[in-house]
Ligand binder design. Structure first.
Ligand code: CUA
Length: 357
């Protein structure tokens, strides 16, 4: 074997070993989250091919460089000039053409996968998504029984078309386990298709910096069996008349999206937590202290910016519209449609009273 061939064989072996080690490290460091949607399959295959290519290219460059530095270094007694090389045209053509083909092929492949993942599927179910600073709201326009919800429940193995809008700034709907991601853009309806194929609980994250509490803009998503999903719809068809005021209050808190900003477990969201709120003494921005009673709650719902408790930002709740007006309209509708006499604010207060520490 000539000396050159020996070097080439040694380098080739080192490149293969280097690529394998790099691939092992990459896939150990960057473990992908659980794959829980049909869309995840082709996307993970692409990730994997990228990892293999990256490992090979990394090893190729590092091994050639390292080998040259170590094996061809100047010997202690060598004072001569190095050999003169001119460029190698064949090599240059190869290292231009090969990556070009690889990149074009990856581009075509990615476009095909994107088209496949975003195309309409049979038996889709539509879900509307509203993103706002800093919570999510969902509704199921095709299922009358389900009102607005602050969490998502989806049947397994059915393609869901999310029609997404934002009430304020850019947000992005992202469930890492589903791999796909889509921005919510002001003034536009954007679409995302997901086909969850693994029963379980996941978290929706906002993946677009959208202000102070961006990192807290999370929502629960549960993927359930077809039967559980139907049972859940059934559960939603509760007769309002059968509920106690506090139970209705909890339902309103969900339906009107209150829970997006007011937690019931003491955690701090955009608005004060409702846990232990009733009867609490609060310091207002103007230095005055008040006790949170029926009257204060009613006033705060009807005119949220009037008496702001220190530490909270005015304008957030009023930006969501006039709740007093909405409640009046909905109460009138319940009166005409179901002959039901309810006071939504009173129900919410009744619910608040149950949230004591
Ligand atoms: Cu919404 Cu970040």
């Amino acid at each position: 074997m000539s000396k050159n061939v020996k070097h080439l064989v040694a380098v080739a072996v080192l490149v293969v070993i280097g690529a394998i080690v790099t691939y092992f490290l990459l896939t150990t460091i960057y473990t992908l989250p659980l794959a829980a949607s049909a869309e995840a399959g082709p996307i993970d295959t692409m990730f994997n091919v990228q990892f293999i290519l990256i490992s090979f290219l990394f090893a190729l460059i590092i091994v050639f460089m390292g080998y040259a530095i170590v094996v061809f270094r100047r010997k202690p007694d060598d004072e001569g000039e190095g050999d003169y090389f001119h460029s190698n045209t064949t090599l240059e053509i190869i290292w231009t053409i090969v990556p070009l083909i690889v990149v074009i092929a990856l581009g075509i492949w990615a476009a095909t996968v994107l088209a496949e993942v975003t195309e309409a599927k049979p038996n889709e179910m539509r879900v509307n998504v509203i993103g706002r600073q800093w919570s999510w709201l969902f509704s199921y326009p095709e299922i009358e029984e389900i009102g607005l919800s602050d969490h998502l429940i989806l049947p397994v193995n059915r393609t869901i078309v999310l029609q997404m809008t934002t009430a304020d700034v850019l947000h992005s709907f992202w469930v890492p386990e589903f791999r796909v991601k889509q921005d919510l853009v002001p003034g536009k309806v954007t679409t995302l298709r997901i086909t969850p194929n693994l029963i379980g609980d996941y978290k929706i994250r906002c993946a677009e910096i959208c202000g102070f509490d961006h990192s807290k803009m999370l929502a629960d998503i549960a993927v359930v069996s077809e039967e559980d999903f139907n049972a859940w719809i059934e559960e939603q068809t509760v007769k309002l008349a059968d509920l106690s005021p506090a139970e209705r209050g909890e339902k309103w808190a969900t339906d009107y999206g209150c829970k997006g900003c007011h937690s019931s477990d003491g955690s701090q969201l955009a608005g004060p937590t409702w846990l232990g709120l009733f009867g609490r003494e609060e310091l207002l921005e103007d230095g005055q202290t008040i006790i949170v009673d029926e009257e204060y709650i009613r006033k705060s719902i009807l005119d949220p910016d009037m008496q702001i408790v220190t530490g909270f930002q005015p304008g957030l709740m009023s930006a969501l519209g006039d709740f007093g007006e909405r409640f009046n309209d909905d109460e009138a509708e319940m009166r005409t449609n179901e002959g039901l006499e309810v006071d939504i604010i009173e129900d919410i207060i009744a619910y608040l009273k149950t949230l004591q520490e």
